[in-house]
Design a protein around this ligand. Structure first.
Ligand code: ANZ
Ligand code: ZN
Length: 859
């Protein structure tokens, strides 16, 4: 009588009904506890890939479980919609970036909807829409007012292919652009920065609050912030200028034998003597062309030039030469160092190459180092020597050790002071591009840089732009847009033509979701304070540093502007693993072969050459031709199967290997559940009242135990570590127990059916909803409460006791669960198994493990 399980027939139907009923609209019943579940919003490339599907499914299950547990849940979605690809599409295909982006958004939104994700679409945001970026601009002005946004001439990373400035983090370890792959050049330009360094200490400290984050992500943030402690020490040049240095080893001051300045250091000019002028100028030009990564590589041959001048070491009045070298960077510390070749390897290599003095001031235990003969620097512990007041002090950073004593001595003598230094740099946010948020300032010849007044926001991106090709930003050519009266004095002035780094757009979107349609303000602080922090954030590890750090920074700044009262935006973070697939490669040609072209996966060969192929698992990607399109899987099996497979195949944070057989397996499982429930619905059209533990039969009790074991296990799995894979295994066990039950007319069976459907609902929302209605209900399964565990149902009347003879299992028997040790031994001795195996033997010893086994030692 019941229909066959046909996902196509039910999934769209329910998606439509849910949308009409507003089922996923955010509740605002303040009597309920809140839960904010968030997936990192995507860049609208136009096509959903499996990585997205996995990310969003994980968050959706979490959101659905919380709703059933009685929380009001905020589960929104939006689009990180500014950025280069849209502009490149405009250049390559002549389509306007806005048009391209909104088309992609429409396409991806409908793909997302096919997955049955419980988003509150009424809160959707797109960062490229003026009603969103108006508030991005407003935030920027808040930073400006707080003194946290400024302009500065800076040596920037210039991508010669994309013709744009790149942030340091967009340059890979080989000095190439993360996007175009071009070798990055250095160029001096006036740029906008946000002063994230003002928050460096707090960003570091507050990592301690983030116990709900993966340890590895916290560590990555810590390293990125890169705090080092030491001292600032003032040397004097022969010419009488102060020359400040930062050192982590102020205790080695007596071992400083030369100074090194960054080639860009402002004192270089003055220090350079006439004889050295040419050599210095040549060296400066060479250094300017290199990236920081090239300059500081440990293994690189050292280079440098003497300025011709000397400095005076403040601790012993010694005259030491001042050099310039590219391994000292202008952007770190003070751009100048004291070189201690005996104890710093880079200085050591430099000193050896140029024949400079090497003076040992730390003697390791049991050794006597000599500067003339040592083969490498000694950075380790030991005892201070040749160091005036520090002689005899143990070298090290600990309490009472040399570093601490050196700082105390310097401060006392007025020669320097303790200082912390951060690797973190201010955030370079200006981009010479069109498709981004215009920086809302006007440059006036008399008033200077003037923020655009709030009531004139947003500064909209002009539409009538020509995308002729590479080169300067299209905005910088639009005179009618650029020329405006100054907001302060009304005289002719010019708009800023730089736009913002898109990381700014995503640094506050999670706040906007709390109050997404607000037209008067960025958000109502009460609403943001109500919903924040995000209780569970889910996204890729590739965002472990920048996006998360910037979001934390924005949150703290807006808090300090009185808009928020949370310190940290994301309470818990889950970084989901990759979706991988089998990948085929011809080892001879290095060519990847599309998975569709493999006729026999057992014996894969190159269809062109017949050569044997290598097969291995790798992240799905276009370039490896190993992708599986979500649409294909949805068309074939439906969204519920796709969701179940993804959740079942691996725990969320682990990589997942695609496997068609396992997809089939989940599809079959849903078919079994369908049959089980529809058979029941057919024979009990009005359902059956669920039972309490009346006087149940043994079979009933066993089934009820299975039902409540499932409730217990799955409830644990969906919290804490989110072990959705084992949760689905438990669902399968319960379904098997139900199938195996012979009495399908009992009230316990009815309870089991209802429970199974409810427990399945967060994972496979469509089939669960359909079955729920077939059971005679008219409200949504997704509005039901999560099944309650009845602890008493878990208590077994009987247990299975293993009988062993000499440690070898010979069989099992059923015994009352309440049996004590003596009783267990008695049952075991009397059992048929023991009688048989112990016949004629003498029992030497009996070992009883309560609840488990009895082992007889007999000869
Ligand atoms: C003397 C010294 C002796 C140093 C010694 C180290 C070992 P971190 O941990 O990265 O903060 N330094 C300072 N400013 C620099 C710059 N702009 N470019 C390149 N190197 C710079 O390292 C700080 C150490 O790196 C500082 O301590 C300084 O060398 C060098 F046995 O000073 B040290
Ligand atoms: Zn003016």
């Amino acid at each position: 009588m019941a229909d066959k399980y046909t996902p196509a027939a039910i999934e769209e139907k329910w998606q439509q009904i849910w949308a009409e009923q507003g089922l996923d609209r955010t509740e605002d019943d303040s009597s309920k506890p809140k839960f904010y579940a968030l997936s990192m919003f995507p860049y609208p490339s136009g096509n959903l890939h499996m990585g997205h599907v996995r990310n969003y499914t994980i968050t959706d299950v979490i959101a659905r479980v919380r709703r059933m547990q009685g929380y009001r849940v905020l589960h929104p979605m939006g689009w990180d919609a500014f950025g280069l690809p849209a502009e490149n599409a405009a250049i390559d295909r002549g389509i306007h970036p806005a048009k391209w982006t909104y088309q992609n958004i429409d396409q991806m939104r409908s793909q997302l909807k096919r997955l049955g994700l419980s988003y509150d679409w009424e809160r959707e945001v797109a960062t490229c829409s003026p009603d969103y970026y108006r508030w991005t601009q407003w935030s920027f002005i808040q930073f400006l007012k707080a003194g946290l946004a400024y302009q500065k001439e800076a040596a920037v990373n210039w991508d010669p292919v994309d013709q744009t400035v790149l942030a340091n983090e967009q340059v890979d370890s080989e000095g190439k652009s993360w996007r175009s792959g071009a070798k990055v050049e250095r160029k001096l330009l006036r740029q906008w920065f946000l002063k994230i360094t003002d928050y460096a200490d707090e960003l570091l400290q507050d990592l301690d609050q983030l116990s709900g984050w993966p340890e590895r992500v916290r560590l990555m943030q810590e390293n990125w912030i890169g705090k080092s402690t030491g001292a600032k020490v003032t040397f004097k040049t022969e010419q009488g200028d102060d020359l400040e240095i930062f050192t982590t080893r102020p205790d080695t001051l007596w071992g400083a034998t030369f100074m090194v300045l960054s080639p860009e250091h402002p004192l270089v000019e003055k220090l350079t003597t006439a004889e050295q002028r040419d050599a210095i100028a040549t060296y400066q030009a060479e250094a300017a062309a290199k990236s920081d990564i090239d300059r500081t590589a440990e293994d690189k041959e050292k280079s440098g030039v003497w300025t011709g001048s000397y400095a005076i070491n403040p601790v012993n009045a010694e005259k030491i030469p001042i050099w310039i070298a590219d391994y000292v960077l202008m952007g770190y510390g003070t751009g100048a160092i004291m070189a201690v070749p005996a104890h710093d390897q880079r200085d050591f290599a430099f000193a050896r190459k140029f024949g400079l003095d090497i003076k040992v001031v730390v003697q390791p235990e049991g050794e006597t180092l000599d500067g003339a003969t040592m083969a490498e620097a000694w950075p380790g512990d030991g005892v201070m020597v040749h160091s005036g007041p520090l002689n005899g002090v143990p070298a090290g950073k600990g309490e009472g050790q040399s570093v601490e004593q050196a700082i105390a001595w310097l401060e006392n003598e007025g020669q320097g002071q303790g200082q912390a230094n951060f690797r973190l740099r201010d955030w370079l946010i200006s981009r010479q591009r069109y498709w981004g948020v215009p920086i809302p300032v006007v440059h006036c010849p008399s008033c200077g840089t003037v923020p655009v007044p709030d009531e004139q926001l947003p500064v909209e991106l002009p539409q009538d732009v020509e995308f002729s090709g590479r080169g300067a930003s299209p905005l910088s050519k639009l005179d009618h847009w650029i020329n405006v009266p100054c907001p302060t004095c009304g005289e002719p002035a010019q708009r800023e033509t730089d736009t913002m780094d898109t990381f700014i757009d995503s640094s506050w979107y999670f706040l906007r979701f709390a109050d997404a349609r607000n037209e008067e303000a960025i958000f109502d602080p009460d609403k943001a304070n109500d919903w924040l922090p995000v209780d569970q954030y889910v996204g890729g590890i590739e965002h472990a540093i920048l996006h998360l750090l910037y979001s934390r920074f924005f949150t703290k700044v807006l808090r300090d502007r009185g808009l928020l009262n949370v310190d940290e935006p994301f309470k818990r973070l889950l970084t989901q693993g990759m979706v991988q697939n089998i990948t085929y490669k011809n080892p001879k040609t290095g060519k990847y072969i599309p998975i569709q072209e493999i006729a026999d996966p057992e014996n894969p060969v190159d269809p062109e050459t017949g050569e044997a192929l290598e097969g291995f698992y790798e992240k799905m990607s276009k370039s490896k031709y190993n992708g599986v399109a979500p649409q294909d899987v949805l068309a074939r099996y439906g969204a519920d199967t796709a969701r179940m497979f993804i959740l079942f195949k691996a725990p969320p944070e682990k990589d997942l290997e695609w496997d068609d057989a396992d997809v089939e397996g989940q599809h079959r499982f849903l078919n079994r559940v369908w049959r089980l429930v529809t058979d029941f619905a057919a024979s009990h059209p009005n359902g059956l009242a669920a039972s309490k533990m009346e006087s149940l039969s043994k079979a009933d009790k066993d089934l009820r135990r299975a039902v409540h074991t499932a409730i217990k296990e799955i409830s644990e799995d969906v919290e804490g570590e989110y072990q959705f894979n084992t949760a689905i295994s438990e669902l399968m066990k319960l379904s098997n127990a139900m199938s195996d039950t012979s009495d399908k007319a009992s009230s316990v069976y009815a309870e089991g059916i209802a429970t199974l459907v409810k427990l399945l609902a967060p994972f496979a929302p469509h089939i669960a909803e359909d079955l729920w209605h077939q059971l005679g209900h008219s409200d949504s399964i997704h509005r039901q409460s999560w099944p309650q565990l009845d602890e008493t149902a878990l208590v077994a009347d009987e247990i299975t006791l293993v009988i062993q003879i000499m440690g070898k299992t010979r069989g099992t028997i059923s015994v009352p669960a309440s049996s004590d040790k003596a009783a267990l031994e008695k049952y075991a001795r009397e059992s048929e198994i023991a009688q048989r195996y112990l016949d004629g033997k003498e029992i030497k010893k009996v070992i009883v493990v309560p609840g488990k086994l009895v082992n007889f030692v007999a000869v």
